[in-house]
Write a protein that binds this ligand. Structure first.
Ligand code: 5GP
Ligand code: ZN
Length: 123
């Protein structure tokens, strides 16, 4: 999709080192990591968000989760990691091309989930 930063990454218009690259999915490091390991896993096809997925996307969504687990293994964080996606602006989504954050590598415990903080702010 024109103007979409992740479509540009998929097309190679923004030079990016891929942690994963198959016919339907790519993964690469987040430009502003919030954890020692912070990888974005995205479908090559432009889907706006999880909320816009259809029944036909089930296999793709399942594969993204399997790849998250494989990348967690590759990065040595299999023991503890999180996979998060924000769907919609109010949920904190800033890039409107479906992506899953794979985060981990904390020394002790992961910080509280952001979703808890936003609940607090909305009281
Ligand atoms: P969201 O806020 O939509 O859940 O996540 C978007 C993520 O994309 C953010 O964590 C942000 O740092 C990352 N990001 C935005 N632009 C780029 C980019 O050009 N390259 C990479 N590698 N990550 C990006
Ligand atoms: Zn896109």
């Amino acid at each position: 999709m024109d103007g979409c930063v992740f479509c540009k990454i998929v097309k190679g218009e923004i030079s990016t080192e891929f942690e994963w690259d198959d016919d339907k999915i790519v993964a690469f490091n987040d430009i502003e990591p919030i954890a020692p390991v912070h990888i974005l896993i995205i479908p090559k096809k432009h889907i706006e968000s999880l909320g816009k997925t259809k029944k036909e996307d089930v296999e793709l969504l399942g594969n993204i989760q399997r790849i998250a687990s494989e990348l967690a293994e590759k990065k040595g964080i299999k023991k503890a990691f999180k996979v998060i996606t924000a769907s919609g602006k109010e949920a904190g989504q800033t890039v409107f091309h479906l992506h899953y954050h794979l985060i981990g590598g904390w020394k002790n415990k992961a910080p509280e989930m952001e979703i808890d903080k936003s609940k607090e702010a909305d009281k």
